[in-house]
Ligand binder design. Structure first.
Ligand code: SAM
Length: 289
């Protein structure tokens, strides 16, 4: 035990308490999270050994019920029933429950049963990585873990390629280089950051383009826990004047001047009046005038 918490004697109201826990540095457990854990009647946990360590750190013992991907369907009804009388805390091994971790069905069913649902927010690797990456934060898309098989991963990347947002992905060390290379292939060579071991002793954020990062990690897969952050797509380059002229010349073979100008303006995102004037010049030149 390194940091005793002030434990309230008051029982908690019955319901579900979603409690975020540290992603490495135990000092990141909030006082409120520690207080709720200390007063919960039971704690639903992914791995009781991991959570026992956290509870030991704050000097408490609570009854734990395993709740993870392999038993959730069977355990959930019992937990929901207990929420009528008891305070059930939900934690994952690290970070915010429900974020690439079990829990959303527990929240859904708790609400459906009319139980109170309370969140105790705190660490989340995705958000911590976003703050370290130095990439735009105004719009971001959390992609979780991509599929490990190459084809499924490429398909998943293609689905988000046009999204105008910073992308956040969880990945493991052994798969990092292949994932970065697939991202470069599917998204273009965007700026990115590989953040690792956040809040821990060897925390780092390595920035570069996707291809330089893929090369860096190709022969030396990093240890520890990893989040990849990828910049949004760049602005589309301005249309090339020669391409617009070529399209206009072709359109003039099929259409009257105004319609040809309209079609090309729409296709290239250019000003219709400018193109109309240009089309008139081209038509006159073609007519020998
Ligand atoms: N629920 C957790 C959260 O709020 O971030 C995420 C759980 S997910 C099963 C675990 C993944 O999160 C790891 O494989 C890694 O990609 C990322 N992660 C967790 N802790 C991390 C850390 N300290 N540094 C970097 N990435 C971390």
């Amino acid at each position: 035990m390194t940091s005793p918490v002030a434990i309230s004697e008051n029982p908690l109201d019955p319901g579900l308490y979603i409690v975020a826990t540290p992603i490495g540095n135990l000092a990141d457990l909030s006082p409120r999270a520690a207080d709720i854990l200390s007063r919960a009647d039971i704690v639903a946990v992914e791995d009781s050994r991991v959570t026992a360590g956290l509870l030991r750190h704050i000097g408490i013992k609570r009854p734990m019920v395993p709740y993870h991907d392999h038993n959730a369907e069977g355990v959930r009804p019992g937990l929901i029933a207990r929420m009528a009388q008891e305070a059930v805390a939900l934690v994952s091994d690290a970070g915010t429950p429900l974020i690439s971790d079990p829990g959303y069905k527990l929240v859904r069913d708790a609400r459906a049963a009319g139980h109170a649902v309370v969140t105790i927010p705190g660490p989340c690797a995705a958000i911590a990585a976003l703050t370290l990456a130095g990439l735009p934060t105004d719009r971001f898309l959390f992609c979780g873990f991509l599929p490990s098989k190459a084809k499924a991963r490429a398909d998943a990347i293609a689905e988000v390629a046009a999204v105008r947002a910073t992308l956040i992905l969880y990945e493991s060390g052994p798969r990092l280089a292949a994932c970065l290379a697939a991202l470069a292939e599917g998204l273009g060579d965007r700026d990115a950051a590989v953040t690792r071991e956040i809040t821990k002793r060897y925390e780092e954020a390595v920035t570069g383009t996707l291809t330089t990062l893929a090369a860096r990690y190709a022969d030396s897969p990093p240890r520890g826990e990893i989040v990849i952050v990828v910049a949004p797509p760049g602005e589309a380059p301005p249309p090339d004047a020669a391409d617009a002229d070529a399209a206009l010349a072709e359109a003039l073979t099929r259409l009257p001047v105004a319609k040809a100008a309209g079609e090309v303006a729409k296709a290239f995102g250019l000003d219709r009046k400018d193109l109309y004037a240009r089309a008139l010049v081209m038509r006159q030149a073609a007519d020998g005038g």
